[in-house]
Design a protein around this ligand. Structure first.
Ligand code: MLT
Length: 264
């Protein structure tokens, strides 16, 4: 793991393997270790970069909203530092919001997009209010309550009952998250732009993946992106909820590798 200084913070990241660069952006309230299995599957052929997004993992948190645009700018600064002009940009959930914000700001730097368990729409008014309450809760009480309430939405009931190690890993990732960073991400997600109008302007190859049972960013959100992004490929992963890359790693990786290999 390495760090770079990005304006006011230290940003943590890993840079593994050689080849066409692939950046993988984690969701909320996770960190770069969300992608451990994808780094393992790709890094024999690709250069895989996994940052801890601003405020999360081992990257420093700053007070106030960590916006999706700011997180995308952090990624651009990281790519400059690594002397990478263009990369495949992939993200899961909040990572997907950041990937779309990155495309909007730096379209020529995107070789292809991978949008996993994510959506283009902004939050509803009600959704924003929930984010504000969650941010206050994280700051006042820490992450345990948030982790408990999120777990049943992240994994299918079958996984929750039959795969205790995976449940523990996902829960531990959330518990390790700094409250200030979680609050910043929540406030940042609440004020994110509606990227729906961007979808029809996306001209790079795009792979869209989603767990069939994802209650946070349901299949219909991915179907919408698939309809709007010309030439995109949609894969619905059976027996998976929101963190489909961890729940059905083999299928997720197979789809990812097939997509990336077609680009080279
Ligand atoms: C995530 O997994 O990044 C979040 O659940 C996304 C969201 O809350 O919109």
């Amino acid at each position: 793991m390495s760090f770079i200084r990005v304006d006011d913070i230290q940003l943590a990241y890993t840079d593994t393997g050689l080849g066409q660069p692939v950046v993988l952006l984690h969701g909320y309230p996770f960190n770069r270790t969300l992608w451990a299995e994808q780094v393992g599957a790709l890094s024999n052929r690709y250069r895989v970069i996994t940052p801890d997004l601003r405020g999360l993992g081992e990257s420093d948190a700053t007070p106030g909203a960590a916006t999706m645009n700011r997180m995308a700018q952090d990624v651009a600064i990281l790519l400059d530092h690594l002397e990478i002009s263009r990369a495949v940009i992939g993200g899961l959930s909040m990572g997907g919001y950041v990937a779309l914000a990155f495309y909007k700001q730096f379209p020529s730097r995107v070789r292809a997009l991978v949008l996993a368990d994510t959506r283009a729409q902004a939050d509803t008014e009600e959704g924003k209010q929930t984010r504000f309450q969650q941010a206050e809760k994280a700051l006042a009480e820490g992450m345990a309550g948030i982790a408990d309430s999120m777990l049943p939405k992240l994994l299918t009931p079958e996984t929750v009952s039959k795969r205790p190690e995976l449940v523990k890993r996902v829960r531990d990732m959330m518990l390790k998250t700094k409250s200030e960073g979680a609050a910043g991400a929540l406030l940042g997600m609440a004020e994110r732009d509606d990227q729906t109008p961007l979808l029809s302007q996306i001209s790079c190859p795009a792979l869209i993946l989603v767990g069939r049972e994802d209650p946070i960013t349901p299949v219909r959100d991915s179907e919408k992106m698939n309809r709007e992004i010309a030439g995109s490929r949609l894969v619905v992963i059976e027996n998976a909820a929101h963190v489909s890359n961890l729940e059905r790693t083999e299928q997720f990786n197979n789809e990812l590798v097939r997509f990336l290999n077609l680009l080279s």
